[in-house]
Ligand binder design. Structure first.
Ligand SMILES: Nc1ncnc2c1ncn2[C@@H]1O[C@H](COP(=O)(O)OP(=O)(O)OP(=O)(O)O)[C@@H](O)[C@H]1O
Length: 658
């Protein structure tokens, strides 16, 4: 497509677009994002340009397809192509194939079609394609464990714009920073001024954090890949099955994707899993540990006979001491053993490392008590430590995986695009194979079809008889009932539309003129009333005085009014058309009458019955040049004359021959 011919595109914009590799495809698909990648082209402008281009293409195709029947056949052909595509992207993309009279447009699609028909439509690729969908923008994620802080209003606005996923807090001093560090597992300070400020917690001074938002918010990259994972994996499978040239290391991408969970979380990180499990099992394990200690202590107490001298007992009682002091005096070793068992249980059950174990050991008091009770403030500290470690681990894991994946962002887009384009190509390849298509040659006048097989017939492919038909100038097409006259017009129309779409055509060989307009008038159902008749005559009169290079196909126009008048009107229209550079085929049962009524010599072709077999006509589907085909009634009278040998049939036959 020449960019400058798009409404509203000047020379400068056109050259900017020409630099953009994907601009042509983008224009055709209305892909605003790709267009807006051109230097100096905003998204709004890109949208207007894409709309203009699509409108122009639409105009181009409606200039060529002038009648409902022609447009209907275009739609039927598109449906046949679409049936052979797998993805809805390819089905939509096929709709952008339209018949054109522009040679550059036709040649452009022809080179695509050539590439497409060289492809092998392997059924395994079809299966792999089923999962490919166009990539979607990442869902906006909200991150709650980290925040950005600044004291500067301008930086605040820039941060909100660059990383909408993160909370951005305003903070002036160390106290504010300390508060934030308590509320978030990581605080990222954007101001240099925070360097060296000592507060408890994970505070990082990163004035460049806004330069690379994807690194600051690895969740963004992860969410993109999590949302598009199935499609990218399917695209990888397509590349492997179809042996396409990959844009990146497929195994490495596949591996990175396998570490990503469906919600953008990191999978298969044993340390993260350990910490998560420890956080969620903490309370239950503390209680079990407590029971372990108490059961063991209870057992020890039950087993012991405590002998205590009366004076000792008295002195203890006088000091108001309870069972605890008795324990520490008499059962110190048993208490230590019971509490040690509780600690070991807690450490084992939560699989704590040495740093965490150190905190955990303090969860049970050194001083004997009964029953043994855990220290809630220590358990709280342990919980905070485990949660902080878990979040740090998760963030690091996300950052590492996001860094691995970030390099695949563009290549993944190319993989998916290539897979989707392959689907479009394979749809064309399958159509071309199934209908045994050939690339048409443009040139000369009119159209020449050898071995044409109409894809619009409902017959199974193997039952379709190939048709040869050549027509240039204005021709009447006569023929027996159900001989295939309408099907011949359909074939000509379909071949012209496919050829002018730039696609291969269902025939052994086709040469055709690049037509400027295609008019196909389907058979009118029954006689028209006066008003409709007037409208139709006007329409055809306009047609007869129209421009050059048109193809006009008309099916049994005679049914619009009574036979005598019809023949006269059609003869007049054909005379007029004959004086222009038009290729026309008029199917008619009144060919003889029309020729008689015409002032000029009108060509006539015939679809003939070559005989009757078991009461059925045997038809040669290819029209014979310069032959007025005998009609079905004539053939039947001839058969009766031959078989019965009576004078009456000879007389009837004589009427046909005069
Ligand atoms: N090339 C072909 N190969 C196989 N079958 C065909 C072919 N052409 C036509 N037919 C069969 O013949 C039937 C009649 O064809 P068609 O309607 O084109 O005939 P027609 O000559 O226009 O008939 P009418 O005189 O009734 O208008 C089709 O429905 C189809 O079943």
């Amino acid at each position: 497509m020449e960019f400058e011919s798009i409404p509203g595109v000047g020379a400068k914009t056109a050259s900017a677009l020409a630099e953009l590799e994907d601009a042509k495809r983008a224009l055709r698909e209305g892909d605003v994002a790709a267009l807006a990648g051109a230097p100096g082209i905003s998204e709004g402008r890109a949208a207007r340009i894409a709309r203009g281009a699509i409108r122009r293409e639409h105009d181009d195709s409606s200039r060529l397809l002038r009648t409902d029947r022609a447009r209907e056949i275009h739609r039927e052909l598109l449906a046949l192509l679409q049936e052979r595509a797998v993805t809805s992207y390819a089905k939509r993309r096929l709709e952008t194939f339209y018949p054109s009279s522009s040679s550059s447009r036709i040649e452009e699609v022809q080179s695509f079609a050539q590439r497409a028909t060289d492809r092998d439509p392997d059924p395994d690729v079809r299966g792999a394609l089923a999962g490919v969908t166009p990539l979607e923008a990442p869902r906006q994620v909200r991150v709650r464990d980290r925040c950005l802080v600044t004291s500067d209003a301008e930086t605040l606005a820039a941060a909100r714009e660059a990383v909408p996923e993160l909370p951005v807090e305003v903070c002036e001093d160390a106290r504010g920073l300390a508060d934030l560090a308590r509320g978030y597992s990581t605080v990222i300070a954007l101001d240099e001024a925070f360097t060296g400020v000592e507060v408890a917690g994970d505070v990082r001074v990163r004035p460049d954090a806004l330069d690379d938002p994807a690194e600051t918010v690895p969740e963004r990259t992860l969410s993109f890949f999590a949302g598009n994972r199935e499609s990218i994996r399917a695209a990888i499978a397509v590349h492997r099955t179809a042996d396409l040239d990959p844009t990146c290391d497929l195994a490495a991408l596949d591996d990175a994707l396998s570490r990503l969970g469906p919600d953008g979380e990191v999978k298969d990180d044993a340390e993260l899993e350990r910490l998560s499990r420890a956080v969620s099992d903490l309370d239950a394990s503390v209680h079990t540990a407590e029971s372990v200690a108490n059961d063991s202590l209870r057992g020890a107490i039950e087993k012991r006979d405590v002998t205590i001298e009366g004076t000792d007992l008295l002195s203890l009682a006088e000091r108001g001491a309870g069972i605890d002091s008795l324990l520490s005096r008499e059962l110190a070793d048993e208490y230590d053993a019971a509490v040690e068992a509780a600690r070991e249980h807690l450490i084992d059950a939560l699989a704590l490392d040495s740093g965490e174990s150190e905190i955990a050991r303090n969860a049970f008091p050194e001083e004997p008590t009964f029953p043994v009770e855990h220290d809630e403030s220590v358990v709280g500290r342990l919980r905070e430590e485990l949660v902080a470690r878990k979040e740090r681990r998760a963030t690091r894991g996300k950052r590492d995986l996001a860094a691995d994946l970030a390099a695949f962002r563009e290549p993944s887009a190319s993989l998916v695009r290539a897979a989707l384009e392959l689907d479009v190509e394979l749809a064309v390849a399958r159509f071309a194979r199934e209908f045994d298509c050939a690339m048409p040659a443009f040139g000369g006048a009119g159209i020449e079809i050898e071995g044409g097989r109409s894809p619009l017939l409902s017959e199974p492919l193997e039952a379709i008889e190939p048709v040869d038909y050549t027509v240039a100038g204005v021709t009447l097409l006569s023929g027996v009932n159900s001989g295939g006259k309408t099907s011949t017009l359909d074939l000509v129309c379909a071949v012209v539309i496919l050829a002018q779409m730039g696609l291969p055509v269902p025939a052994d060989c086709v040469r055709l003129e690049r037509f400027s307009e295609l008019h196909y008038h389907a058979k009118t159902q029954g006689t028209l009333d006066a008003g409709a008749f007037e409208g139709t005559v006007k329409e055809f009169a306009d047609l007869a005085s129209g421009g050059e290079g048109r193809l006009v196909l008309v099916d049994e126009l005679e049914s619009i009014t009574e036979p005598g008048a019809s023949a006269k009107i059609i003869a007049g229209l054909l005379e007029a058309l004959n004086e222009t550079d038009t290729t026309a085929v008029f199917v008619s049962h009144l060919a003889r009458e029309i020729r008689a009524a015409a002032d000029c010599e009108l060509a006539v072709d015939g679809i003939e019955a070559v005989g009757l077999a078991e009461g059925e006509l045997v038809v040669n589907r290819s029209p014979v040049k310069g032959r007025l085909a005998r009609s079905t009634p004539e053939l039947i009278v001839e058969k009766l004359a031959r078989e019965e040998g009576t004078a009456i049939y000879d007389r009837l036959l004589g009427k046909f021959e005069s």
